[in-house]
Design a protein around this ligand. Structure first.
Ligand SMILES: O=C(O)[C@@H](O)[C@@H](O)[C@H](O)[C@H](O)CO
Ligand SMILES: [Mg+2]
Length: 402
């Protein structure tokens, strides 16, 4: 089955999405997500100018070979732009292969290992009271796992807290908006949130929290220790892990489970953390980590070291990524949880999909392929709008991690 053509579709139904569509000589097509929040056009160019001309004429069934061709063949390996572009090709090809087999994609991976995929939602509020109410709303919706973020007194805006409760989108301006950060205030406040949540809702719901790369290892160790009585499902991105060995410091002090990896792109970015058993959940996802083909290898390495998957699933990952990820998650033996930040209604109509939510779980559906399509006419009504992720400074003006 030959690849006859491919095109990139950029649409902004509330936020930007980049989608690759690959056509074949058998009339089948497949789609893959190539969205890189705040840097979308670099992946568009990578695909249009370099990848698409190479893959036209190739055999669409040779997914592994095409992956290796794009990875080894570009010489400049790894990185978010390259790996998102490769992921889009890979996802579209798995979609095509599953359609050709007339099966949902998870059947090709090895079949379902579970009935459905546990997901976590995002509860957030300006203060502890509001966050408590929001967590309650997610419990009422049937969620078994909930991420909780709250505003910190004395800091004007905090990561993870938004007005649009269901559809949080941090890329909010043409130029990066400026946030202010205080580690001292955050470290004092956060345990109070989880104390309040456990006092109100007990220990049944899984509770998660995202630190978003803001602490040093010893500060992260202190936070992990102070959260131990509230038995979190995980503490995410507690430090910026450019220096991965530094995670030993956190591990030495706390048994709060750790999740890292949403900004990783290859198995090589995960290797130290997994092999040295410095994390409990790996956050790599289909779109930013080279597609199903590569994610499968990461999960295989993780399985050897008791590390479970916890795929990134913020709104900047399109429904196409979500569909592929759910097929992957239904199969992957060492599944942990899937993040599920809901897309807006406009986004959901641009990307008709077979996946559905029920009682805290998502199922990918049983449509042939990954079960997600794109309505190109509708997509064309929402042109690209430049949007950047924020930057973050300490109270004295020093540049910090957002
Ligand atoms: O855990 C998460 O979902 C995040 O850390 C994201 O909200 C992240 O900030 C965005 O994906 C950035 O585009
Ligand atoms: Mg995160």
């Amino acid at each position: 089955m030959k690849i006859t053509d491919a095109k990139v579709i950029v649409t902004c139904p509330g936020r930007n999405f980049v989608t690759l569509k690959i056509f074949t000589d058998q009339g089948l097509y497949g789609i893959g997500d190539a969205t890189l929040n705040g840097r979308e056009k670099s992946v568009v160019s990578y695909l249009e100018d370099y990848v698409i001309p190479c893959i036209i004429g190739m055999d669409a069934h040779r997914i592994e070979d095409i992956w290796q061709y794009l990875y080894r063949g570009c010489y400049w390996r790894r990185g978010p732009v390259t790996m998102s572009a490769i992921a889009a090709v890979d996802t579209a090809l798995w979609d095509i292969k599953a359609k050709a087999a007339n099966m949902p994609l998870y059947q090709l991976l090895g079949g379902a290992s579970r009935e459905a995929v546990m997901v976590y939602g995002h509860a957030n509020g300006a203060d502890i009271e509001e966050t408590k109410d929001e967590v309650g709303k997610y419990i009422d919706l049937g969620y078994k796992a909930i991420r909780a973020q709250t505003g910190v007194p004395g800091i004007p805006s905090t990561y993870g807290v938004s007005k649009d409760k269901m559809y949080y989108e941090p890329a909010d301006a043409e130029l990066p908006s400026a946030n202010v950060w205080s580690t001292t205030k955050y470290l004092d406040h956060t345990p109070k949130l989880f104390e309040a949540l456990r006092n109100t809702y007990g220990f049944d719901p899984h509770l998660l929290h995202d630190v978003h790369h803001r602490l040093t290892p010893i500060e992260a160790a202190r936070l992990g220790k102070s959260l131990e009585p509230y038995r979190l499902f995980w503490m995410e991105d507690c430090v910026a892990v450019d220096n991965q060995e530094s995670l030993h410091r956190v591990r030495e002090h706390t048994v709060t489970p750790l999740a890292i990896g949403e900004i990783f792109n290859t198995i090589w970015d995960c290797k130290t953390l997994i092999e040295q058993e410095l994390i409990d959940y790996i956050r790599t996802t289909v779109v930013h980590a080279g597609g199903i083909t590569h994610l499968r290898q990461i999960a295989g390495l993780a399985a050897l070291h008791h590390v479970k998957t916890g795929c990134h699933g913020a709104t900047d990952l399109s429904p196409v990524c979500m569909g592929a990820s759910l097929n992957f998650n239904l199969w992957v033996p060492n599944f942990g949880v899937q993040e599920y930040m809901r897309h807006t209604e406009e986004t959901d109509t641009v990307f008709p999909h077979a996946y559905h939510f029920e009682d805290g779980f998502l199922h990918p559906g049983d449509q042939p392929g990954h079960g997600v399509d794109i309505d190109e006419n509708l997509a064309a009504k929402y042109p690209y709008q430049r949007a950047c992720l924020p930057v973050n400074r300490l109270e004295d003006g020093t540049m910090w991690n957002w």
